[in-house]
Design a binder for this molecule. Structure first.
Ligand code: AAT
Length: 276
């Protein structure tokens, strides 16, 4: 049996061996499969969220790009990310005191805890506090609080829609402490060029330094996804501090060189940003 994510004229197809779980939550259809080659595969409303095979690439980059763009992050917020993968990566940072997560769909957390222990182990960290709410509402109540905000969101169309709006970006900026950094799931320029262009335009109108980083994730359609990293600091594309060797040993994708390299974009992408 093969499962396909069909998105904007593209298809990403994975061979699966068995269905492990299928639930309709208040917000979305949750499906989990066992595959032969890629471990487990999680879909929400038919869109691939992760596989065991390549989730490390996305989670390490979306967590560590903002964490290392900041020289001393103490309070972090994850919006979305119910599987726990971003929390797992944040948990590798001993300097963090606060690790809040605001996920809209409790069922995603339950499914991850039951079926995806290598990812949902992120919740085992005692610093984690879970908030079940819409992230676009949650950020409004936290002025000047977080050093890092990470938006690990589904694509626009479903419950993630408000997380792609200008108001949300302005509210995130207000929720940051001075020098704070945001990193958001910012789609693929091959697949959703208009959204990539808009997120960059919105971010540039709000923050001093903005970068679009490419992450290679073979099971996302087009094989890659972007992260929009933004802050009022000097330059988010350069790590603000060295990567501790004890942490580097536990990472498979992120390193100081790729922090810089990931922000170098092809010409068609920089033209996309100039258009707006
Ligand atoms: N960690 C990789 C998987 C994700 S999951 C995205 C999560 O965002 C889902 O659990 C979803 O329930 C949650 N979410 C959606 N909208 C909101 C919202 N408004 N507030 C809080 N949480 C929300 C990302 C996959 C990216 C796929 C790219 N094609």
């Amino acid at each position: 049996m093969w499962v396909t994510e069909a998105m904007n004229g593209f298809g990403m197809t994975v061979e699966v061996e068995a269905e492990l779980c299928r639930r309709q939550s208040k917000f979305q259809k949750i499906e989990l499969y066992q595959t032969g080659k890629l471990g487990k595969l999680l879909l929400l409303d038919g869109i691939i969220q992760l596989t065991d095979f390549d989730e490390f690439a996305y989670h390490e980059m979306l967590a560590n790009l903002p964490m290392f763009a900041h020289e001393n992050p103490r309070r972090a917020l994850v919006i979305g990310g119910g599987d726990g993968g971003i929390l797992r990566e944040l948990g590798k940072h001993p300097g963090l005191e606060v690790m809040d997560i605001c996920e809209i769909d409790e069922e995603v957390i339950k499914v991850a805890r039951e079926f995806l222990p290598e990812i949902s182990c992120g919740y085992d960290d005692p610093r984690v506090k879970i908030h079940i709410a819409d992230g676009s509402e949650f950020v409004k109540d936290k002025p000047g609080y977080y050093d890092v905000i990470i938006v690990d969101s589904t694509d626009p169309g479903g419950p993630g829609t408000p997380l792609f709006g200008e108001t949300f970006y302005r509210d995130m900026k207000k929720a940051l402490r001075p020098g704070g950094v945001i990193a958001t799931q910012a789609e693929s320029p091959y697949l959703l060029p208009d959204i990539v262009a808009r997120l960059n335009r919105v971010s540039r109108s709000i923050f001093r330094s903005v970068g679009y980083a490419s992450i290679m994730v073979p099971t996302y359609p087009t094989g890659m996804i972007g992260a929009c990293v933004a802050s009022d600091r000097d330059d988010v594309t350069v790590p603000a501090r060295p990567v501790p060797p004890e942490l580097q040993k536990r990472l498979r994708y992120y390193n100081a060189a790729i922090h810089h390299a990931a922000f170098q974009v092809p010409t068609f992408v920089s033209r996309l940003f100039e258009q707006n």
